[in-house]
Structure formats: C-alpha cells, structure tokens
Design a protein around this ligand. Sequence first.
Ligand SMILES: Nc1ncnc2c1ncn2[C@@H]1O[C@H](COP(=O)(O)OP(=O)(O)OP(=O)(O)O)[C@@H](O)[C@H]1O
Ligand SMILES: [Mg+2]
Length: 326
Amino acid sequence: MLRQELPEVKSVLGKLAAIGQRGPGAITFEPVLGAGADLRPTDANLSELAHTVDTLRASPVPFTTDRRDAALAQGGTSLGGAFPKTAAHLRLEGDVIDRREILKGGEPPPGFAPCLLKFARSSDEAESAVEFAFWLMAKKAGIRLPRACLVHDGECCHFASERFSRYRRPAGTPARRHDHTLNGMLHRRASDGAIDYEEFMRLSRRLGGASEAQECFRRALFNVLATNRDDHGRNHAFLYDETDRSWTLSPAYDQNPQVANVLIALTWLGSTQIPTQFASLLRMAEIGGISPKTTREIYTQVEAATVGGWRAAARQAGVPAAMITY
Ligand SMILES: Nc1ncnc2c1ncn2[C@@H]1O[C@H](COP(=O)(O)OP(=O)(O)OP(=O)(O)O)[C@@H](O)[C@H]1O
Ligand SMILES: [Mg+2]
C-alpha cells in the first residue's frame, strides 16, 4: 500500500500532502497523504525512539530513497533544525518529568501541551541538561520563552519545549499561529551570508515597537554574554497574531553554548568581532530607540543571569560538574 503512495511523495505536491497538518506554523495542506492527518494521539516508547535516532545518526547512509519517502508519508514532516526531534504532547510539570511513553499525533488531550522534543545523543549526556540550563538562565535574564523541561526516558534526558505556534482559543479549540524566521522575514537564505544584529533590531522595532526592540536587545546581549554564537537567522522568529494583525518576536529557542572567538552567525554592527565595549552596546540600543538608562538595566539583569548565573542554572539542570567548569 505504501508503495502506491511513494510516487506522490516524490513530487513537490506529494511532500506538501505528507506534511498535511503536522508542519510548524499555521499553514496546513489538503488533501493529506499517508498518516499526515493522524487524528488520534498514540503512545510511543521514548527510549526506543531515542535508540533508533542514535542508530540513524551513526549510519553514514541512514535511508534509501524509498525508505525516506515512506518515512515522509508516515511521519509528515521535518520540524526544522539540524538535530533530530519529534512532536509530542507532554504534561509540563517541573524541571524534569519521567516519561517512558510519550503521546504523539492528533491534538493534545486536556492537561497536555503540544511540545517539540529534541533527542539527546546517548554519547553526550550533558547536551540536554546544558540546553535546559541555558533556558533557566534566559528566564532569569527576562527573555520571553516557551515553557520547557527535561524528559527522562529511564536512561537519559531530552530537552522539550512547548510549541509556540500552537495554542487553544478561549473556547478550547486548537489553533495555530504563523511563525516566520528572521531569515524568512528578510527574504534571505542561509547561503546569502550573515545577517547583522542591526537589521534584526530595526526589523523588531518596526514590526513590534519599543517592547520588541527591547526584547531583541535582551536576546542580543544574552547571546553575546552566554557565548551563544550560533544565533543564525533561523534561530530567531516572529509570530503573527491574526486578531490584531501584529507581529511579535516568538519565544526564544535553541539557546546553546557555541564557544567561538568571533561571531559565527549574526554580526554586530558590520563586524564579526565580539563586542567588548559598552559604547558598542549603547549604539545598538540606540538603533532600537532604547534609552541609555534602560540599556544599563537590561545589561545588569542579563549579566547577572549569565556570567553570574551559569553555575546555579547548570547545577539546577543537572549538568555534570566537569562540564560546568568547562
Ligand atoms: N518551542 C518551539 N515552538 C515552535 N517551534 C519551535 C520551538 N523550538 C524550536 N522551534 C522551531 O524548530 C526549529 C528547530 O529547533 P531548534 O533550532 O531548537 O533545533 P536545532 O536542530 O538545534 O537547530 P539548529 O539547526 O539551529 O542547530 C527552529 O528553527 C524553530 O523554527
Ligand atoms: Mg536551530
């Protein structure tokens, strides 16, 4: 039966049909191919999934074309990003939740939140804990964030965050928000070269006014101070509110250490040098219409959360001691 579906998956329309209703953002495709519509949530064994992911990562040629097409028809779509992840419905209670089985597909039942779960590598136990520690630091830094936690599958922990492009209307019906990356907003592809924080700041201010300019500046400082150098144009996004037709910065995601001695993703005022002078921060703030007083307040809060807060956040997240020092 799957074989009959394969030619369809191979066409562009076939791929959109396979995405069906599972994709990120608010756009869905009809008719749906294969299991793309999956109306009912079902249980999946998390540690088995994690082992399969590990095997695929270790294999130089993980999929034949046919298997890839079959997986597309079954699994709907990629959720974006370089690392393996899955959509799951979770009860978000506390920092770490124990789940051997996760619910996948359909709409989340009452009490469950639609989440994106990033599979940890079995060879790198600290990976998920570090991402969660960064989430804790970002929260302390006052950054807008999705709810998040670590999911322990009995063997290791995976990082999960609530999908911000999904929500429930007051009547309880599920709804979706349009989600557009910084790259997309600027009509830029990854291969088009670096985006500058100045462009990000001007766009945030133009779309969302003073509040979004400040949010952008807070994230810029966080990424500089927390050594998140991989903050490329697909690691920032905007959400569209259809009711009041406004754009805001989406909750922040993919905040991870990427220690490099130059800025390898977004540049700062045309330079790949890491800003070290307060004057350079003030110049960026000025582009966002942020006063020097507010700039200092944001700086003080972000510095306390990152430079001053790493050890506490990392301990809370369960990062091993050697990794905390590193
Ligand atoms: N909480 C969330 N809600 C909705 N979408 C999200 C959420 N977190 C991440 N995303 C989307 O999923 C994509 C992949 O997530 P993320 O960037 O964390 O993964 P990654 O594999 O580490 O990415 P990268 O390739 O940048 O290393 C993001 O680019 C973003 O569009
Ligand atoms: Mg990413």
